[in-house]
Design a binder for this molecule. Structure first.
Ligand code: AMP
Length: 407
């Protein structure tokens, strides 16, 4: 079975085509600048030169059509015709309280996702455009949706409620949802496999440290707590997001600087974090480079960033009354040895002993970076959210086919 995985944004769309027998990626790519005059489709097939096509793509339906044309292209394609795509899986950021697992798309599911537009105004409407665009191009192909929030629906109320009047939760669903669930789910399963122990017996802390960043306390395979909240702004310091701050800062800053709500929102989401403190970049590579060149602001930004991850790890050890392994994943977590070292430096009390040589190794494989006698293992686990979306879609479509064949 071939499955197309789609991550639709408002003006861009990423895709990966999987052969589920081997779990190989047959092709992948992206469409950028949808709705603008010179849209760009970039298409990659292993061991072949990248293909770049510039054309006018005014909407998502045309973008999906272009992707399908490319996948079946005489020269650059990997499929004979579009009937060779048996299912499509979509990444959807917000599933609210309606979705605690991935589901096949039907009218009700679309209605529920629309109801959640309020909670993820920048993301869910774009995902819906992707779903509708696939429907238009592949009307009989089953589609599944995999939510960033679903994995965290197992959190108990003591983790997900804010200590504010509960009417706000009842009337407006103001609570903590958490994000990066697909990644935390994937790396925790992969870690259990690597450790050779049942996930149901493990206490794990997963640190997804990319441009956006979150930690999750995963108790016996289920999310118990996570650092992002109602939106991805809460929690760790990130590339351009502030992470945790006293909410009273918001009205105070609005008052002092005469800011609008949009301006303060943009300040906290786009102009804060590593970028604000370093004054250089939101990219950890550039911050580390500047720090190594003696830049004090870059050093402070790096230290704040690492310190906050360490504080969350400490709090999750307390939350779960212990930890078996700490996992690092995503762009920074997988690639930045100095960041992992800075985080783990303060965790010796918990029995974490990093092995400097193992930490310095660069690899795309899951690996242990602690010493053999370290009480707690620290693993680097490359994440693969697209593969998890493809696996969930495959399982749902197979289950549906199995049920239908009984009647
Ligand atoms: P992601 O959101 O997971 O794609 O991660 C993107 C971030 O990973 C970038 O903004 C970089 O800051 C970071 N990154 C990628 N490669 C490295 C590296 N070699 N060292 C440090 N940070 C890196």
């Amino acid at each position: 079975m071939n499955i197309l995985v789609i991550n639709a944004g408002s003006s861009s769309l990423k895709y990966q085509l999987y052969n589920m027998k081997t779990e190989d990626v047959l092709a992948k790519g992206r469409v950028e600048r949808i709705g603008m005059d010179s849209s760009i489709l970039t298409h990659e097939v292993e061991n072949q030169p990248e293909v770049r096509e510039v054309s006018e793509i005014l909407d998502h339906t045309t973008a999906i059509k272009k992707v399908l044309d490319m996948l079946t292209h005489r020269k650059f394609g990997v499929l004979r015709n579009i009937q060779d795509i048996q299912a499509v899986g979509h990444r959807v950021v917000h599933g609210g309280e309606s979705f605690s697992e991935s589901v096949l798309v039907d009218q009700n599911v679309k209605l529920e996702i629309r109801k959640l537009f309020d909670l993820a105004p920048l993301h869910n409407p774009a995902h819906m455009m992707g779903i509708v665009a696939v429907e238009a191009n592949l009307p009989n192909v089953p589609q599944a949706v995999v939510f960033d929030t679903a994995f965290h629906q197992s959190m108990p109320p003591s983790s997900y409620l804010y200590a504010i009047p509960t009417v706000l939760y009842r009337k407006h669903q103001i609570r903590r949802y958490g994000f990066h669930g697909t990644s935390h789910d994937y790396v925790s399963k992969r870690a259990a496999e690597f450790l050779g122990r049942p996930l149901e017996k493990l206490k794990l802390i997963s640190c997804h440290i990319g441009n956006g960043a979150s930690c999750a306390a995963i108790l016996h395979g289920k999310s118990y707590d996570t650092s992002m909240g109602m939106t991805p702004l809460e929690g760790l310091m990130m590339g351009t997001r502030s992470g945790d701050l006293d909410p009273a800062v918001v009205p105070f800053a609005i008052n002092k600087e005469d800011l609008t709500l949009n301006e303060v929102n943009s300040m906290l989401n786009k102009h804060s974090g590593l970028l604000a403190i370093s004054g250089i970049s939101s990219d950890m590579r550039e911050v580390v480079e500047a720090m190594n060149d003696g830049n004090d602001k870059a050093k402070l930004a790096f230290e704040m960033y690492a310190y906050r991850i360490r504080k969350y790890i400490g709090s999750y050890v307390a939350a779960m009354d212990g930890v078996d392994a700490i996992l690092f994943t995503a762009g920074v977590g997988e690639n930045s040895a100095p960041l992992r070292e800075a985080v783990c430096r303060g965790l010796t009390f918990f029995g974490v002993h990093l092995d400097a040589d193992r930490n310095a190794v660069r690899s795309s494989e899951t690996r242990r970076i602690t010493t053999d006698d370290s009480g707690v293992s620290v693993l680097v686990v490359p994440t693969n959210e697209e593969l998890l979306i493809a696996r969930d879609t495959y399982r749902l479509v197979k289950d549906k086919t199995a049920v239908e064949s009984r009647f």
